[in-house]
Each structure stands twice: as structure tokens, then as C-alpha cells.
Design a protein around this ligand. Structure first.
Ligand code: GAP
Length: 464
């Protein structure tokens, strides 16, 4: 019935703002770069994505537990993890405007302009000096057409200060990933639960990065939400490649089956040796075909025992696991599937957005489990108290089953269009016939078909 379409980023941004999914942060003060707020509908959609992730990866699995660690951890955490030393992007500055850009992004944009395939020049394999040379020899300029400085490393960690010790503030960092809270709690999780290897710890929470690149909407922001899993195992007993493949399958089925994303818009990409993070032995990205190109949605990395060993060295504490059967002590290895909730949000909006030319409407084809409202209640007219009272009764009945919205503005056709645009799977109209036989008109978002349904059957009909 529907053919696949690709909305522009402008279409998505406009719909998101118009219908209360995403607002530019602090707009009354002129906004703040790379920062967005989630409006009434955006908050619901985000929550639905987050809850599905938690349900699938924590609640439904016997080998997983959850965690909620702090945004500010002991600063030594970030020294141990390597973030203080090497969590950086290659930064250049426009020599005229002083605006900052990522050198790799300038090169990528130039390659696109020259219509050069990215496999002819692999930016992800370039060292920072090579980027500098490339920019110089190809005369690559800033988007404003000005020359740029030599690239330099720019650390992405946000610094802040806590309290006051004898007049001196102590420096801490806003976490750059949620993962480190899992590693630093590893021993406490072992001691307080009955988990046995292999097992995983998942957490959802805010992370912060001093991102330079602007203009990618909620894809790349300063403050964002990560949903990360650290899956611990004994490398002598479990084959990491098998576990890695199992996790890749779980990620793929979450995205296609639970979030309802079209498989043709997804692909796997393995990181090259030069591109891979310092801690990883193998990394794949699950990419989504965003309107601005194929980009990382979800990464999976084999982090070995790197992090736990780093924390052992820096804290002086034992983070070993004792095998309950053999008594053997060792440091477990870990596989890490790490995704951004806000990137899933943008993917879901992009994939669901559809302009139905035949019926001249925009429809968000959200899976019902993700739709902010599962059903909308329309009293046919506002000025008939019996109809309004009956509609109120139906609203109460539906609202105990699922998130429900009330709309009594404008004609029914306009109300349908309004609900289609926010992805509400069904609309229920209460009319004169309802007063006689307790039936309502049920209208389906995707087919636009209307049927008469008994009020007593509504609860079981609502799709969630
Ligand atoms: N613990 C591993 C880690 O943090 P990452 O690839 O840097 O790996 C994981 O981040 C996921 O977090 C990414 O796949 C992406 O979905 C999301 N993410 C990273 N930086 C982001 C940003 N600035 N804005 C929004 N999401 C971001």
C-alpha cells in the first residue's frame, strides 16, 4: 500500500516543531547550538523507544540486569578509560570567522561535492596530520569559502566543578558515555546480585560531548541519551565471535521488528583498523540511511578486558570474577552494544514519515507501540451535551487501556489529518447513532477505512 519515501531533514524538522515533537532549546534567547528540547509528543515517543529497549534487553532476558549510575563520576574514571587522553575530534578553525569545524567532516563534504566515492579516499583511516595535508593540497575551505587552520585534537569531554575545598573547586567531567558507570560498579553488581557469567548490565542515561559539528538536528547533540550494554563473559568458555553475532542479530531484530524500520534503510559496516577506538578489537556500526546519508545508529564493539583492567590499575581494587564452580579468578571480557536513544528517535521519525499523494496527507506510519497516542476520541459536535458526555465516557474507557487524546476542534476530516500527522493509529468518533446503539466510528490511520464498532469491543481493538 505504501511505497518507501525519503523525507528531507527540513520536512522532519518542520513536522517535529509544528506538532510538538522537538523544539530548539532556549529559542526565546536565540537558541543554543546542537541542543534540542522534546515537546509533549516527542517526550512520549522518546519514552516509548526507551521503554521498548529496556523491556527487550533487560526485562525479557535472564542474563541481563539494569543500572542507573551518576552523570558525574570520580574524575579518575575518565583518566582510566582513556577519555581524558584521547577522546577527541580533529578540529579546524575558519581563519576569517573563527567558526570551528571537524576536519573529517570538511573532507567528507568536499569528497561529496567532487562526487568521489568514499572508498577512493577513506577519511576514517586518516591520521590528523594526513587530514591537514589533504586539506592543504586540495585547497579545502570552510563552508564560508575561507581558509582553515591546521587540524588539532579537541577533547570532547565537558568539564565542570563541584563544591569547594579550601577555596578551590575540584574538576569533574560530565560523562562522555554511560559505559564507565557500568565498569566502575562491576564488583558491586557481582556482590549484590546472583548474576553469573555470561551476563550483561544495561543502562539508559544522559551523556555529554562537546560536539563541534552543527546542523544535524538531534543526530548529533551536546547532550544526548545513550542506551548501553556491557556483556561480560569468560573468553576461555565463550567464543566472542559467536556472542558478537548473537548481539548483532538482537540489535537488527530490535530495529526492524520492535521499531518497525525498513530493512532496506539499514546496513552493517565494520570499522577499519585505523578507525577503531583504542579499546576495541572489533567494531561494527549498524548504519541507518538518514536524509544526510548513511550514518551510525548503533555501534557494537569487542572491548576485551581493557576497561576493567584499566580500572583495576587506576583504583588499585580487584575487579576480578571468581568462577563459582572452579574457583578460578580472572578479569572478564566484554562486548558492548551502544546506541543513542535520540538517534533512534530521528530514525523512527524519518522512516515513518510518508506523504500520501493520493489522499493529500502526511502520515507518520509509526508502529502502534511507538505512537505517542494509540487512539483519538472525537465528539462529532461540541454543542450537544449528550454527545460530549458519551465521548467523555469513551475517553475514560480507552485512557485506562492506552494513551488517548481528545480532539473536538474543526471538522472530522481535519481531525483525521491532524492525527495522521502524529501517527495515531486509530480515531473514534462519537455521533448521534452512538446515543442510540452504543456503537462508534473507528477509523484506521493506514487504510483510512471506517467501521462501526461496539463501545464494549473498543478496549480489545486498541493496538499497542
Ligand atoms: N560506549 C561506547 C560509545 O559511547 P559511541 O559510538 O561514541 O560509543 C554510542 O556512542 C552511540 O551513542 C552512537 O552509536 C550514537 O547512537 C550515540 N551518540 C554518540 N554521540 C552522540 C551525539 N553527540 N549525539 C547523539 N547521539 C550520539
Amino acid at each position: 500500500m505504501f511505497t518507501s519515501t525519503h523525507p528531507s531533514l527540513e520536512d522532519i524538522v518542520a513536522l517535529a516543531k509544528r506538532r510538538g515533537f522537538v523544539f530548539p532549546t532556549s529559542e526565546i534567547y536565540g537558541g543554543l547550538a546542537n541542543s534540542y528540547d522534546y515537546g509533549p509528543l516527542g517526550a512520549e515517543l522518546l519514552r516509548n523507544i526507551r521503554n521498548e529497549w529496556w523491556k527487550q534487553f533487560i526485562h525479557k532476558r535472564r542474563d541481563m540486569v539494569g543500572l542507573d549510575s551518576q552523570i558525574m563520576l570520580h574524575p579518575e574514571t575518565w583518566v582510566a578509560s582513556g577519555h581524558v587522553g584521547s577522546f577527541s575530534d580533529p578540529l579546524v578553525e575558519d581563519k576569517v570567522t573563527a567558526k570551528r569545524y571537524r576536519a573529517d567532516h570538511l573532507i567528507e563534504a568536499w569528497l561529496k561535492e567532487q562526487k568521489l566515492e568514499s572508498n577512493e579516499v577513506q577519511v576514517e583511516n586518516m591520521r590528523i596530520e594526513e587530514m591537514g595535508e589533504f586539506i592543504a593540497t586540495k585547497n579545502i575551505t570552510s563552508p564560508d569559502g575561507n581558509p582553515v587552520t591546521e587540524p588539532r585534537s579537541f577533547n570532547l569531554l565537558f568539564e565542570t566543578a563541584i563544591g569547594s575545598v579550601a577555596g578551590e573547586k575540584s574538576k569533574v567531567y560530565l560523562r562522555g558515555e554511560t559505559a564507565q558507570g557500568i565498569f566502575s560498579n562491576f564488583k558491586q553488581i557481582l556482590d549484590s546480585t546472583r548474576v553469573q557469567l555470561p551476563f550483561g548490565v544495561g543502562q539508559i542515561g544522559k551523556s555529554f560531548r562537546n560536539e563541534i559539528t552543527t546542523g544535524q538536528f538531534v543526530f548529533r547533540t551536546l547532550e544526548f541519551e545513550q542506551a548501553e550494554i556491557e556483556y561480560f563473559f569468560n573468553p576461555a568458555q565463550s567464543d566472542w565471535k559467536e556472542l558478537f553475532e548473537d548481539w548483532k542479530k538482537s540489535m537488527w531484530s530490535f530495529v526492524t521488528e520492535i521499531l518497525g524500520i525498513q530493512a532496506e534503510n539499514l546496513r552493517w559496516r565494520q570499522h577499519t583498523d585505523k578507525e577503531r577506538s583504542h579499546y576495541s578489537k572489533d567494531t561494527y556500526d549498524l548504519d541507518y540511511n538518514f536524509s544526510f546519508g548513511w550514518k551510525e545508529l548503533w555501534g557494537i564493539a569487542y572491548r576485551t578486558d581493557y576497561d576493567l583492567k584499566q580500572h583495576i590499575n587506576h583504583s588499585g581494587k580487584s575487579l576480578e570474577y571468581t568462577d563459582p564452580y572452579t574457583g578460578e579468578k580472572f578479569v572478564p571480557h566484554v562486548i558492548e552494544p551502544a546506541v543513542g536513544v535520540n538517534r533512534m528517535f530521528l530514525m523512527v521519525l524519518s522512516d515513518a514519515y510518508f506523504y500520501d499523494a493520493e489522499r493529500q496527507r502526511t502520515v507518520l506510519r509509526l508502529k502502534p507501540n511507538l505512537a505517542p497516542y494509540k487512539v483519538a476520541i472525537f465528539p462529532l459536535v461540541k454543542n450537544k451535551p449528550e454527545i460530549v458526555a458519551k465521548a467523555e465516557e469513551v475517553y475514560q474507557l480507552c485512557a485506562v487501556v492506552a494513551p488517548t487524546v481528545w480532539d473536538d476542534r474543526g471538522n472530522i476530516g481535519k481531525r483525521y489529518l491532524s492525527q495522521d500527522e502524529i501517527g495515531t493509529p486509530a480515531c473514534i468518533t462519537i455521533d448521534y447513532q452512538t446515543l442510540e446503539d452504543n456503537t462508534v466510528t473507528w477509523r484506521d490511520r493506514d487504510t483510512t477505512e471506517q467501521v462501526r464498532v461496539a463501545i464494549s469491543d473498543l478496549a480489545q481493538r486498541i493496538r499497542m
